[in-house]
Design a protein around this ligand. Structure first.
Ligand code: ATP
Ligand code: MG
Length: 183
């Protein structure tokens, strides 16, 4: 799965609509301390369904909404949209007809939230399933943050196994088995 574009509105320091286009090849984001580089990664992780505010460097989920500055009032909503090129193998057969997959997450200050898949409201589960076994996703190995390599090396075998299962493509089947056994 390749990211083609990210659109960010009212998320952390991105108060106005900001569009990042990822051209073919390698993309690097550069800038002075505090300019919002890590906030881009937080936006990606959040759009893909991260539920733990601490993994987004905040205390509560509301902290992802633009909190205001000297010149700008706080926002009432944060929204992040990610557009992926759709490789044939990704997603369920239902999605193979699309050349792009678009996911959107919104959070309002009153706590309401929405997830959209190709502009249609969906469940968080639909977004999570879409990324299972692709190596992409809120917690998957496609995001290697500071200290991650060390934590993989020092993790217990059961924890490391989760990464191997994702790479081997069995995460989705394990999740489905777990859900089926619960019923
Ligand atoms: P460094 O080079 O130090 O890692 P960085 O470019 O990664 O910096 P970020 O951590 O992405 O910087 O951005 C930090 C900035 O984002 C801070 O100025 C902080 O005030 C701002 N910020 C974070 N959350 C919000 C929010 N909810 N509302 C407004 N601004 C926010
Ligand atoms: Mg940073």
């Amino acid at each position: 799965m390749k990211i083609k574009r990210i659109e960010i509105i009212g998320f952390k320091s991105f108060v106005d609509r900001t569009v990042l286009n990822f051209e073919p090849g390698v993309t690097a984001i550069l800038g002075p301390n505090g300019c919002g580089k890590s906030n881009v990664i937080d936006a990606i992780r959040w759009a893909m369904g991260e539920q733990n505010a601490k993994n987004l460097r905040g205390q509560a989920m509301e902290d992802v909404i633009f909190g205001g500055s000297k010149k700008r009032r706080p926002h009432g909503m944060a929204e992040v949209t990610m557009v992926f090129a759709n490789p044939q193998s990704a997603g369920t057969s239902e999605f193979n007809q699309y050349s792009e997959i678009m996911i959107t997450r919104r959070l309002y200050r009153n706590g309401d939230s929405e997830y959209l898949l190709n502009k249609t409201p969906c469940r968080l589960k639909d977004i999570s399933e879409l990324f299972m076994d692709t190596g992409v996703g809120a917690r998957a190995y496609s995001i290697i943050e500071q200290g991650k390599i060390g934590s993989i090396l020092h993790s217990r075998p059961e924890e490391r196994r989760v990464l191997i299962e994702e790479a081997a493509g069995v995460t989705k089947y394990k999740a489905r088995k777990k859900a089926a056994l619960r019923k």
